[in-house]
Design a binder for this molecule. Structure first.
Ligand SMILES: [Zn+2]
Ligand SMILES: [Zn+2]
Ligand SMILES: [Zn+2]
Length: 263
């Protein structure tokens, strides 16, 4: 009998929508109609991801964070990492007011966020740490590394994150176009799991967002064992159709809100 000593890492896709969420206010496209009528997998809140193996790491603080935490029965997290300072990725940070939490980000991101949340600056329970891209930092048994991405128009330097322990390497792209720096592509190589944005289905917005085919291509290029797509616009396909499409390429899955996997 083979006994595996690897500890399972749980990943919760708390929010899988893009900037407006699905349904979008006032929109009557098919996706938004399905989301209004059926909710569940058709409805997408804004982006955040939880990695949990006892220590909880939250990547991005969605404006929908409160509802996401209540749904997932979460009472707090240990570390918050921010990919970039678009509204849909950080404005839920205020929900963590009064909680003991480590908060890491690049210098310009940290500055920007703490200007928004001035009261958190004085909050001793928020432990701030400035990080730099391509440096590896230890957090308990995790090694964490930020890498530059291509997301034109972001108010501060946009990054993705690599989170690894002895048995897993997880790469989270954050928001990015396909034009990633070579150094990032090298750093991201051979992940056990790539969590890639795939905002649009076939639409292309160079240097800002990937579409679904772009995310599939990136998974192949990096040699990812598994790729899960997330950060979907209401203009993308409804969940079932989208998941069927990505699965035909092999180890690819589309995420939905509160989807939980174990690695
Ligand atoms: Zn976004
Ligand atoms: Zn819509
Ligand atoms: Zn963005």
């Amino acid at each position: 009998m083979k006994i595996s000593l690897a500890i399972l890492m749980k990943i919760v896709f708390l929010g899988t929508g893009s900037t407006s969420g699905t349904p979008k206010i006032g929109c009557n496209c098919e996706n938004c109609r399905l989301a209004r009528e059926f909710g569940g997998i058709y409805s997408r809140s804004r982006f955040s991801i939880l990695i949990d193996d006892g220590k909880k790491i939250l990547v991005d603080t969605s404006p929908d964070l409160r509802a996401q935490f209540l749904k997932a029965n979460l009472s707090g997290v240990d570390l918050v990492l921010i990919t970039h300072t678009h509204y849909d990725h950080f404005t839920g940070l205020g929900e963590l007011h009064g909680r003991l939490v480590d908060f890491w980000a690049l210098p310009d991101t940290l500055d920007y966020v703490l200007k928004w949340f001035d009261y958190l600056r004085k909050e001793s329970r928020i432990q701030v740490k400035v990080i730099e891209t391509y440096q590896q930092y230890e957090y308990g048994k995790y090694k964490i590394q930020a890498f530059n991405v291509m997301h034109e128009g972001a108010p501060t330097t946009p990054v993705g994150y690599i989170i690894q322990d002895d048995s897993h390497k997880i790469v989270i792209t954050g928001d990015t176009g396909s034009e990633l720096p070579q150094k990032s592509l090298e750093t991201m190589k051979n992940p056990d799991l790539l969590i890639s944005e795939g905002t649009f289905f076939k639409e292309s917005i160079p240097k800002i967002h990937l579409n679904v085919d772009g995310a599939i291509k990136l998974g192949g290029l990096l040699g990812a064992k598994e790729t899960i797509l997330t950060h979907f616009s209401h203009r993308n396909k409804p969940y079932n159709e989208l998941n069927k499409y990505v699965q035909q390429f092999g180890n690819f899955l589309a995420s939905y809100d509160q989807m939980t996997i174990e690695l």
